[in-house]
Design a binder for this molecule. Structure first.
Ligand code: 0X9
Ligand code: ZN
Length: 310
């Protein structure tokens, strides 16, 4: 039996996801969006009917391998969406109004490496031609202002951007799926794009590549503030809302910037989950359910706000 209050290996997560298919068909599906550098299938779940009219909410987590609370939170959200608590009427509404795509482990090679070799590994695990160092920062590898501020061209650095945009199969697989599923066929369906990270308790909006903010920044901050207020009401955690560059640092080539800048998704966010530094990446497992509850409430708030706007 799969516990929602402990961390799991990639194999365990992958098997658990396969097991969901029977439980949730026909209104959901689990499939691979392609293989990682080391050949692991990247498993994603779709929850909700596939229909041209339905807006889509995208959630990915774990592009940075060591940020374990992010996959655990995505898993928590998946389980509550497909099997809502008896009293949870709104979870049912959310699953019936939206189509959800949730990719709980966006960097399976790196994630596996954090379980076996180095708990604090961040990047992918690809080899480089002229360096013995391995891996690319999956959140500097996207094809929007790629190579800008806050990225490195040195393979040994933690924020190595890769040789070219989408050099990594992992980011390429995600971008291809998002393009195929939502853009070519269904313009404008993608209503919300969320990337889960840790840590720091920040609700970040684009841009990461510049200190400038997008024209609809007030709307992004408004819904972000409502979402983080919902989190605070849930278990008391405080999150800071604002643009990545302004409240964290400049970092180009992130997935959130790409979703907004290339796909035109209005509500594109990166969420830095618990905590604020006491445990950092090595967050004890008892935080999983509280962080999961909070993020579920944030997602609920956000998706209801967006529905109202549509
Ligand atoms: O640096 C990152 O990629 C994220 N922080 S983390 O500590 N999880 O590594 C923040 C990314 C914010 N978004 C952009 N800079 N585009
Ligand atoms: Zn991260």
């Amino acid at each position: 039996n799969f516990s929602l209050s402990s961390y799991h290996t990639y194999d365990e997560i992958s098997d658990w996801m396969d097991g969901l298919i029977d439980k949730c068909k026909p209104d959901c599906d689990v499939f691979s969006i392609g293989d990682t550098y080391e050949g692991r299938p990247m498993k994603i779940i779709r929850i909700g009917k596939e229909s041209v009219r339905r807006p889509v909410i995208w959630i990915d987590a774990g592009i940075h391998a060591r940020e374990w609370i992010a996959p655990a939170t995505a898993i928590y959200i998946i389980s509550k969406l497909i099997d809502p608590d008896k009293s949870d009427r709104i979870a049912r509404v959310l699953a019936s109004r939206y189509t959800w795509y949730i990719l709980p482990v966006a960097n399976p090679d790196g994630y596996d490496y954090t379980w076996t070799m180095d708990r604090l590994w961040r990047k992918t695990r690809s080899h480089h031609k002229y360096s013995p160092c391995r891996g690319v920062d999956g959140n500097r590898n996207w094809d929007f202002h790629w190579g800008g501020e806050g990225t490195s061209d040195l393979p040994c650095n933690e924020d190595y951007r890769g040789d070219e945009p989408f050099s990594e199969p992992e980011t390429r697989n995600i971008a291809r799926l998002v393009f195929d599923e939502f853009l070519l066929t269904l313009q404008g369906r993608l209503a919300v794009y969320l990337s889960l990270h840790s840590y720091g308790q920040y609700w970040l909006t684009p841009w990461g590549y510049t200190y400038n903010v997008p024209p609809d920044y007030p709307d992004l901050v408004h819904l972000g503030t409502k979402a983080t207020e919902a989190m605070r009401r849930t278990h008391g955690s405080r999150y800071q809302v604002g643009s990545s560059a302004r409240i964290l640092y400049l970092a180009a080539g992130g997935s959130d910037d790409w979703a907004k800048g290339v796909l035109g998704v209005k509500y594109s966010y990166t969420v830095e989950l618990c905590d604020t530094g006491r445990h950092g990446f090595i967050l004890p497992p008892h935080y999983i359910t509280t962080t999961g509850d909070e993020m579920l409430e944030a997602t609920r708030s956000l998706s209801l706000s967006v529905l109202r706007e549509r």
